[in-house]
Design a protein around this ligand. Structure first.
Ligand code: SF4
Length: 523
């Protein structure tokens, strides 16, 4: 069918191109604006204008969103304004207008633009107009709002009543256009996340630690992380390990409070050879203040890197959670995505972990992998459930720029709803519930197929690290190249990033420590 090149989305009185691009990507692919205009190739001609009734200076909005607006600058922003979206097409003109506060500008642009584009294209996403915002945060905001309307006298920490939840369900479905099953999943997960976060006290100084090792044996086709091959980059491994240990010692030299959770991730930390791996985890852990009951997780993601000796090291070092990630339980799919390990490797790694005494194992699966359309994902999940890990995380394939699968520019393709994928994810979640797992954390990625979610299900208390990391409510100390550290000030997260480039990270480690100590001293 012929595509018009001259459909347009025009921004007026604001410059929130990133928020608009996020929504446009879902319907039409990766389109960059020229100035304040997006030119859209579409089968039917349309023009959307997205305007604010007041001029909103981009610098002020940026500062506002980072919590860095001065009192004088605040005066330059209107208290409220009207956000007006018009859609003009062959059928005529539609208009949506809503009073908005500047702090809600991006969120409201995304939501109303979704409404207009859904009307124009006929596409309905399972998450409706929710984008660019943490879904569980929205759910909790709605639940808290209902609490203050219905029972303002009740303390915030009490569980939500069925009336509060029913009202939230209606708002999610009618206002945010979220499908009923996603709205239910969201409310259940939001409550679970809230409960898990009650285990930490950020105001008292609770924090979590991430330690990254960006090496893997080979690169998975869908991976866009900054992973290096542990084989071809072997010359860097020892220097890298030494740098992380130096960083850990430097950062924690004057921190006495133990963290609430420690997570060794990557890449794949277990891609180090046995002796170096043992040295790495013990030296880093020795630098971190220790206390009983800390949640300590090892991401032993690639089953082909797990050996009995490494499991022994992990156990002896005090880790109480471990992740073994099959991604799929089909050998053909593993090969298609370049995982270079077999299903038998996964089963063996799982059994060895049990023998080593691990009783809290998470396994990750990905929905939407190439070749998995015919229910390969559900078959994989059934096999995983039969193994019986304590937690299962269901990811949706998300191909970003830089991934091998992106070679034909798939990351630029639109992520329109695919019925089979949406159905598979729903069935998978149902299978997990039937097997006794409950959702405990959830997040979405911009480039996920069909706009679907990643969700963690667990039979036990879930992972504090996973929830706290996503929450923007807890301070994070990140170690290793590319690791992010963040502190929470005035309910806003402020971040500092380690260099992604290995050589730079290793060479500048002293400066990195100095800068990060200064950054963390604000907590
Ligand atoms: S195991 Fe994970 S980090 Fe490593 S290449 Fe695959 S997707 Fe990337």
């Amino acid at each position: 069918m012929q595509k018009y090149e001259n459909s347009k989305i025009i921004l007026i009185n604001h410059k929130e191109t990133a928020a608009v691009a996020d929504v446009v990507r879902q319907y039409f692919g990766n389109i960059q604006p020229q100035g304040m205009t997006f030119s859209i190739p579409s089968e039917e001609y349309f023009i959307i204008s997205c305007s604010s009734s007041e001029i909103l200076l981009p610098d002020l909005i940026r500062k506002l969103m980072r919590g860095k607006l001065t009192a004088a600058e605040k005066m330059k922003l209107p208290k409220t304004f009207e956000l007006i979206i018009t859609l003009q097409n062959n059928a005529g003109k539609r208009l949506w207008r809503e009073e908005s506060k500047p702090v809600d500008l991006r969120r409201n642009i995304r939501r109303l633009l979704h409404v207009a584009l859904s009307e124009q294209t006929g596409h309905k996403f399972p998450w409706g107009t929710l984008s660019g915002v943490r879904p569980t945060q929205v759910a909790l905001e709605i639940l808290d709002k209902n609490r203050s309307r219905l029972k303002p006298e009740l303390p915030a920490g009490l569980p939500y009543s069925s009336d509060e939840k029913k009202m939230a369900l209606v708002e999610l479905e009618e206002y945010w256009k979220v499908s009923q099953s996603k709205a239910k999943l969201l409310l259940e997960t939001a409550e679970a996340e809230k409960q898990i976060l009650q285990r930490v006290d950020p105001e008292a100084g609770d924090y979590i630690v991430y330690v990254g090792l960006p090496f893997c044996p080979t690169r998975c086709n869908y991976c866009s992380f900054i992973t290096e091959s542990a084989v071809s980059q072997a010359k860097f491994l020892e220097d890298y390990v030494a740098a992380v240990i130096t960083e850990a010692k430097g950062i924690f030299q004057d921190i006495e409070r133990p963290p609430r959770a420690v997570y060794f991730g990557g890449g794949t930390p277990t891609s180090l050879e046995e002796n170096l791996f043992d040295y790495y985890i013990n030296e880093v852990l020795a630098a971190i203040p220790d206390a009983d009951g800390i949640e300590c997780t090892m991401e032993a993601g690639r089953p082909d890197t797990i050996t009995a000796a490494k499991l022994n090291s992990i156990k002896k070092a005090g880790f109480n959670k471990i992740c073994i990630n099959p991604q799929t339980m089909l050998d053909a799919t593993l090969e298609a995505v370049g995982r270079r390990h077999s299903v038998a490797d996964t089963v063996k790694a799982f059994e060895m972990s049990r023998q080593a005494g691990f009783n809290d194992i998470n396994m990750d699966l990905i929905a939407g992998l190439p070749g998995d359309e015919k229910d390969g994902f559900l078959y994989s999940l059934q096999r995983v459930i039969e193994l019986g890990p304590e937690a299962v995380t269901l990811h949706t394939l998300s191909v970003k720029r830089g991934a091998i699968l992106d070679k034909d520019d798939k990351a630029s393709n639109p992520f329109l709803p695919q019925i089979w994928l949406i159905r598979q994810m729903e069935e998978a979640q149902q299978m997990l519930r039937s097997a006794g797992y409950r959702p405990y954390y959830l997040y979405r990625q911009k480039t996920a197929r069909s706009g679907l979610e990643n969700s963690g299900f667990s039979k036990n208390r879930g992972s504090l690290y996973n929830v706290a990391m996503m929450s923007d409510e807890v301070t994070v100390i990140g170690l290793g190249s590319g690791a992010t550290s963040k502190v929470i000030c005035n309910n806003m997260a402020d971040r500092i990033y380690n260099p992604k480039e290995l050589k730079m990270y290793i060479e500048r480690i002293k400066l990195i420590i100095e800068q990060k100590r200064k950054f963390l001293s604000r907590v």
